[in-house]
Design a protein around this ligand. Structure first.
Ligand code: ADP
Length: 495
């Protein structure tokens, strides 16, 4: 019982973080380090994979040092990560053959357009649950193989390994002994067949990717390997891996079909647990593997809102209507309701369920009496309306009615936004005490394998709630609000 703590490594998009949790899921120590973002040309985004690893190792050591915890008191390590980001390295030297190509990178967009024109949309969706997009790893891997001299030959000789960030960290933590990933990350490569649970031979052929470079796919909660002795003078087991959004769903204890979470960050990420069967859907939502535990796969529907909390940043930085993001609540609360003003923050087009990449931001319903409060309120409400639209698309696609929404991310601190979300959804909103759901999910996955946490039921029973928001709006007000929003959407759409 001297194993008192569990470590979550969070390999994010802008920083590496390490959080040490105790048995009750409380944070004991936390350390974070940003790493460099490279923008080699417009729309291209890269990271230095070596820097990802070195910052991750630094924060791990820092979190241990700060807390005075000894490595032998650590039960195990769970890893969560920015998804899809693609790294290829030489298996003999451990040196990456190119920078990590980040999920945001659009360099393979035109190739994806050609795949769509050639009629691959249905095949790829049916096999992987995904829409063809530069976002996912497959076309990024192909780009490196096709464009970096000598890499394809080396790959044919079995000298190249591919990994998403989890796999890269695992390989380095284990001193190059383990080349593996989990189901949730494999499902984001656009190479993994989520029905048959294998790397898909047809897709490997289509993208001309040798299977030998791919990691072994394992359950999200299992013994992946142990840290190399040279790192901490002590081997620590690595027993949990999941992509960030799936880890957050797990950290929110959305273990049962019909349970969902929404992360209100820069954008919003919604995941709905849909149980043990994939649901391939045609309205642009993604079907994905949430996790695999004990040979049982749990699937999720995923939808996102491109501009969530980012609209509040825009009001603060560009418009200077507010001095801090938290201020938005006070300014919006000066009004009892939106007084007919709606704001569709389609700064980067509109995603699910509208899919109009040419749409632009639109404010409707302004009068001579409108002031910054109207715009701030309309901006906050837009985060809730956009999330509402994604949730309704999910519900109608798979026939599940959401009863409760679990929330996290920076903007979930806004009570006005959360109450409004509960009102228009007519669903209870639950904000947990620990909103580090992503890291917590990785820790839970790892601790379940080692017995640090007894069972999923036990984890669920210990979830602490910070606040619940109960729907409290009349049917007529809900209808009027939604009508006003959908009218604003119609005025925003370009087709
Ligand atoms: P990310 O992980 O995407 O960087 P965070 O989860 O840290 O995002 O959340 C930050 C976002 O949340 C920012 O876009 C910010 O504008 C928004 N935000 C933070 N606090 C509030 C608040 N009290 N009300 C509304 N929006 C907020």
């Amino acid at each position: 019982m001297n194993k008192k703590y569990i470590i979550a490594l969070d390999g994010g998009t802008t920083s590496s973080r390490c959080i040490i949790f105790d048995r009750n899921g409380n944070i004991v120590s936390i350390s974070q380090k940003e790493f460099t973002q490279y923008f080699p040309s417009p729309g291209h985004v890269e990271h230095d994979a070596v820097e990802i690893w070195s910052t991750q190792l630094t924060v791990l050591k820092e979190a241990l040092e700060k807390s005075g915890i000894n490595a032998c008191e650590i039960d195990s390590i769970g890893i969560t990560n920015q998804r899809e980001t693609t790294i290829l390295w030489d298996r003999n030297t451990g040196i990456p053959v190119y920078n990590a190509i980040v999920w945001q990178c659009r360099r393979t967009s035109q190739y994806c357009d050609r795949l769509k024109k050639r009629g691959y949309t249905d095949i790829i969706r049916d096999k992987t649950g995904l829409v063809i997009d530069a976002y996912f790893s497959a076309t990024k891997i192909k780009w490196i193989l096709d464009n970096i001299e000598g890499v394809r030959d080396k790959a044919q000789n079995g000298d190249i390994l591919f990994g998403t960030v989890d796999t890269w960290l695992l390989w380095n933590l284990t001193g190059g002994k383990v080349h593996a990933t989990d189901y949730s990350n494999a499902a984001r490569t656009m190479l993994y067949n989520i029905n048959e649970l294998c790397w898909d031979k047809d897709l490997l052929k289509l993208f001309d990717i040798p299977e030998s470079i791919l990691p072994t796919v394992k359950p999200s909660s299992c013994h992946f390997g142990s840290t190399d002795l040279s790192l901490f003078g002590h081997e620590i087991a690595i027993c949990g891996i999941a992509g960030d959004q799936q880890a957050a769903l797990f950290g929110q204890t959305c273990f049962a079909k019909g349970e969902a979470k929404n992360t209100y960050g820069t954008g919003c990420f919604l995941l709905l647990n849909i149980g043990d069967k994939p649901h391939i859907n045609k309205n642009g939502l993604i079907s994905t593997i949430a996790w695999g535990i004990n040979n049982k796969i749990t699937y999720a529907l995923e939808g996102s809102v491109f501009v969530g909390g980012a609209v509040i940043q825009w009001l603060r930085d560009q418009m200077q209507f507010i001095t801090s993001a938290a201020d938005s609540e006070l300014v919006a609360a000066k009004l009892k309701n939106n007084e007919g003003v709606y704001f569709v923050p389609a700064f980067t087009g509109l995603g699910a369920p509208y899919w109009d990449q040419y749409a632009k931001g639109t404010i409707v319903g302004m009068t001579r009496g409108s002031n910054p409060s109207h715009i701030v309120r309309a901006a906050l409400e837009s985060i809730a309306y956009q999330s509402y639209d994604v949730i309704k698309a999910m519900e109608s696609s798979c026939g599940i009615k959401l009863k409760e929404l679990n929330v996290d991310g920076g903007a979930c601190a806004n009570d006005l936004l959360m109450q409004f979300q509960a009102d228009i959804l007519c669903s209870r909103i639950t904000r947990p005490l620990c909103i580090e759901s992503t890291a917590l999910g990785a820790a839970y996955l790892s601790g379940l394998e080692t017995g640090f946490f007894a069972s999923m039921d036990e984890i669920k029973s210990r979830k602490s709630v910070s606040k619940q928001f109960i729907p409290n709006m009349s049917e007529i007000d809900i209808k009027n609000n939604l009508d006003g929003w959908h009218n604003a959407i119609q005025r925003t759409l370009t087709k």
